[in-house]
Ligand binder design. Structure first.
Ligand code: R1P
Ligand code: URA
Length: 234
């Protein structure tokens, strides 16, 4: 079986891939969305699984770990192994009011506030694949809805400068939510000629109202998002 430096496949890779950050969420989604899942990768604790989705076609669910540098390694290697359509299914902090915990966001673009996407040549903003994102938005509309817009990708979850909390920052003004991998994913998609898109669960409220989602609500929201993403991947 073909291998790479960090992803060591122990099962076939599907051309279509769900990409959570959290390995535990990869396992949850594999148990919820796949028939007879097989471990695809466990090297470096980056759990991945391949099985048949509800539509009968193969699907791989592979965790990226946290942050652009780790995501860049995983995406590069998945593409080298044959991935062609990739949807990140992540969590995020909502920067604006009007969100509830568990809400879904479809990222139409990422504001590149991180180092990895910039090192890959990203400008200030990186667009998602238009067709895959339209499919994601349509699938979300049919399954409970999702807000669409820009997300801000950063390097620091614990940011002493509180950059994303500064309402005067151009980035915070423009973004619905903050997270850590999407700009890198979109930039690599453009560079390597693969379709990439992203849907996120609001796990934190970072506007006037503050809050963090509980584990049960996060699981339910992640499964809903996973089903939306599988529909979009077609
Ligand atoms: O839930 P995931 O997909 O990991 O996404 C978000 O959660 C992590 C931080 O808690 C970062 O990876 C961020 O992007
Ligand atoms: O990067 C992230 C992810 C989830 N919640 C946040 O506040 N930030």
């Amino acid at each position: 079986m073909e291998t790479t430096l960090h992803i060591h496949p122990t099962a076939d890779l599907a051309e279509r891939v769900l990409l959570p950050g959290d390995p535990g969420r990869a396992l949850l989604l594999a148990q919820s969305l796949l028939e007879r899942p097989k471990m695809f990768n466990h090297n470096r604790g980056l759990w991945g699984y391949t099985g048949a989705a509800a539509d009968g076609a193969p699907l791989t669910i592979q965790s990226t770990g946290m942050g652009g540098p780790s995501a860049a390694i995983v995406v590069e290697e998945l593409v080298r192994l044959g991935a062609r359509r990739i949807v990140r299914v992540g969590s995020c902090g909502a920067l604006r009011d009007g969100f509830e915990l568990g809400d879904a966001i479809v990222a139409t673009e990422a504001i590149a506030g991180d180092g990895a996407s910039r090192a890959l040549g990203a400008g200030a903003r990186v667009a998602a694949d238009g067709a895959l994102t339209a499919a994601l938005a349509a699938a979300a509309d049919a399954k409970g809805g999702a807000r669409r817009g820009a997300v801000l990708t950063t390097d620091l979850f614990y940011d002493p400068a509180g950059a994303h909390a500064d309402p005067s920052a151009e980035t915070a003004e423009a973004a619905l939510a903050i997270e850590m991998e999407t700009a890198t994913l979109f930039q690599l998609g453009a560079l390597r000629g693969v379709q990439t898109a992203c849907a996120l669960v609001v796990s934190d409220l970072l506007g006037a109202r503050r809050g963090r989602i509980d584990a049960d609500a996060m699981e339910a929201a992640a499964i809903r998002l996973g089903r939306i993403a599988v529909t979009a991947l077609g």
